[in-house]
Design a protein around this ligand. Structure first.
Ligand SMILES: Cc1cc2nc3c(=O)[nH]c(=O)nc-3n(C[C@H](O)[C@H](O)[C@H](O)COP(=O)(O)O)c2cc1C
Length: 214
């Protein structure tokens, strides 16, 4: 690591120690991280009643006012089914430059094409996130159903093969936005002079903050 990097990292880490103390500070951390994409996170979900699953997703947008996150998913994926059945789960971010882990417990809602067609605000979110994708990323949504054995491809319903000469302005019917309203934050900042851990919980329109043992 060069001196400049180390200086920046030290500054970010010190700054993060302050920011994790409040939900607004955590919001600022997420907002600033999104200025340097991609922002990877681990998303948990519940399969059935007993099996917890986790996978990497890219956080693509964040509204600091409502503390709401956006990620893009395929509506045919297992995680979509899990989160439709049980919409509350954690998204975990590890931010090494900030020596900070953010565990964001969110209530998830999925904006599919059907949902977008029923609500103008949802349509705007769905369409805007689609347009922010590169052509290569857009093409991922026009392929065969994710998670299905390749040997079963000939049983795929029509229209699941990659569409050629598609209108890229028009989102694929498989494209969905995962919208997560953060209900609770567990923020852990690691520091040589003592780790710090804060829990922020949304109660109605207010946030309650507790400093807890790290
Ligand atoms: C670096 C990385 C980034 C990823 N980003 C996303 C993403 O933004 N959205 C997504 O649906 N899957 C993403 N994936 C794939 C998921 O981790 C997962 O493998 C896939 O979505 C199938 O998950 P599921 O079967 O549990 O639904 C990413 C994978 C990696 C390795």
């Amino acid at each position: 690591m060069t001196q400049q990097h180390r200086g920046k990292t030290l500054h970010l880490a010190r700054n993060s120690g302050q920011l994790v103390m409040s939900p607004a500070g955590v919001g600022l951390i997420i907002q600033r991280q999104l200025q340097h994409p991609p922002l990877f996170a681990a998303l948990a979900s519940l399969q059935g009643k007993q099996i917890a699953r986790v996978r990497t997703v890219v956080v693509r947008a964040f509204d600091i006012r409502t503390m709401t996150l956006q990620a893009s998913i395929d509506r045919r994926s297992a995680k979509a089914a899990h989160l439709q059945a049980h919409g509350k789960s954690e998204l975990c971010l590890w931010l090494p430059e900030r020596a900070t882990q953010l565990r964001l417990l969110a209530r998830w809602r999925i904006i599919t094409q059907d949902v977008a067609e029923q609500s103008k605000p949802d349509f705007i979110i769905w369409h805007k996130l689609w347009q922010s994708h590169s052509l290569e990323s857009q093409n991922l949504f026009t392929g065969p159903q994710p998670g299905r054995p390749v040997a079963m491809r000939r049983h795929e319903p029509p229209g699941t093969a990659a569409a050629e000469n598609r209108d890229t302005d028009e989102p694929s019917a498989n494209f969905a936005v995962l919208l997560g309203r953060i209900d609770s934050i567990d923020a852990l900042h690691l520091a040589s002079n003592g780790h710090q851990r804060y829990r922020h919980r949304r109660i109605a329109d207010q946030w309650e903050t507790l400093k807890i043992n790290a």
